[in-house]
Design a protein around this ligand. Structure first.
Ligand code: FE2
Length: 385
């Protein structure tokens, strides 16, 4: 891609990040320093039962703050989760919010942070209808603590919340929704089971790859994406099959970098993956993992050069687009990711609906190669064989 000297661009890089083993111990003192009195911790029902969560509560209390916990979060968060959480914030007299967990906890925490001082219906803030212009009020002090290395939502400024009845997903977006501080402590991910590590890890890899291949001019994002790919390529297998702190730390950094880079855009793989979650409730990372080789095969004719650079970056002997795609297939195999959608309860009867949803998905808008509904149909068909 030639260097664009004719246009004007905006680049925004993320919030303040505290990264490293043990930084979680700084959370309580940090909240105290801000003069806060009572924090609402938003997390999922599984996580709040673990000793690590108990320890965090203890540490915050020892720092002199009160704590309330909200954990009524669906796997794919819905509006009623957010409304209940906002009610909990007011009823318990909180002044700040900590999102603690994976993507769903972050999304609900961020949406609660929006809702508590914004009086319109939650979906009036839908980004698709220009709702970000109504995000004008103060947002409570908001901190994120990731416990998975995948979505990178901890550094994001948007949240995806579904309608309880229609399951239609809405994106609520505003730079005001960025966390004031991220505490990214790789030790918190040490207990993640292999499947979650693999699936969320491939999500992070897909963010980096799609951001790097996306249309648009952002040397800043390209650099971040490539280094993210390198870190993930050298650590995902180990982090999944035989984890140590270094591999988990590299994955956590790669996930932060993926979400930082994808402000440039995503691509065809996310548009193939989203309908699989909507229609058959497939884990987002797993859907990306199965679809990324197919998406890259489609892209290879146009994104050949950039895929070659990725292959060089990760040190492949066959440093070509084909070499990169073979590497993706081998990685999936090592991680136990199925090659075909038919192993994940998807069959030919789903393809029409999947293609309808995929073409409507906004992510492929930044894919370098234009994608038609027919293309999506054919890719799903190939992935089911
Ligand atoms: Fe993703």
């Amino acid at each position: 891609m030639s260097f664009d000297t004719n246009s004007r661009y905006n680049y925004n890089f993320p919030t303040s990040i505290r990264f490293g083993k043990g930084v979680i111990d700084e959370l309580g003192p940090h909240l105290k320093e801000q003069g806060l009195k009572k924090v609402l911790i938003v997390s999922d029902a599984g996580l709040v039962k673990l000793p690590v969560f108990e320890n965090v509560l203890k540490m915050i209390r020892t720092s002199g703050l009160d704590v309330s916990v909200f954990s009524e979060i669906a796997k794919n968060p819905v509006k009623s989760n957010v409304l209940k959480g906002a009610e909990c914030f007011h009823q318990t007299g909180c002044d700040s919010i900590v999102g603690f967990g994976g993507g769903a906890s972050m999304d609900v925490a961020r949406a609660i942070a929006l809702k508590v001082h914004h009086k319109l219906d939650l979906f009036d803030y839908d980004d698709a209808i220009g709702g970000d212009r109504f995000v004008t009020e103060a947002v409570p002090y908001f901190v994120t603590v990731p416990t998975t290395s995948g979505t990178g939502s901890e550094v994001g400024r948007s949240t995806v919340i579904a309608d309880d009845v229609t399951h239609e997903k809405k994106i609520l977006f505003s730079p005001r929704l960025m966390a004031k501080k991220v505490f990214a402590d790789p030790e918190l991910t040490m207990g993640l089971p292999a499947f979650v590590t693999a699936a969320t890890g491939i999500d992070a890899l897909t963010h980096c790859v799609e951001a790097y291949l996306a249309k648009g001019f952002s040397p800043l994002c390209d650099g971040v994406a490539l280094e993210g790919i390198r870190l993930i390529a050298e650590s995902l297998e180990k982090a999944t099959l035989n984890p140590d702190l270094e591999s988990r730390a590299k994955m956590m950094m790669g996930a932060l970098m993926g979400a930082t880079a994808f402000q440039k855009g995503l691509g065809i793989v996310h548009s193939l993956a989203h309908p699989l979650s909507t229609l058959v409730d497939m884990h987002h990372g797993l859907a990306n993992a199965v679809m990324i080789p197919y998406g890259m095969e489609f892209n290879a004719s146009v994104s050949n050069q950039r895929m070659k650079t990725i292959a060089e970056t990760i040190g492949l002997k066959n440093a070509t687009a084909e070499g990169f795609i073979s590497w993706l297939r081998e990685l999936n195999q090592k991680l136990g990711i199925p090659q075909s959608l038919k192993d994940l309860n998807v069959n030919a009867s789903h393809i029409e609906k999947l293609a309808d949803l995929a073409i409507k998905d906004p992510c492929h808008g930044s894919n370098e190669k234009t994608v038609s509904r027919q293309d999506f149909f054919k890719i799903y068909q190939d992935a089911i064989k």
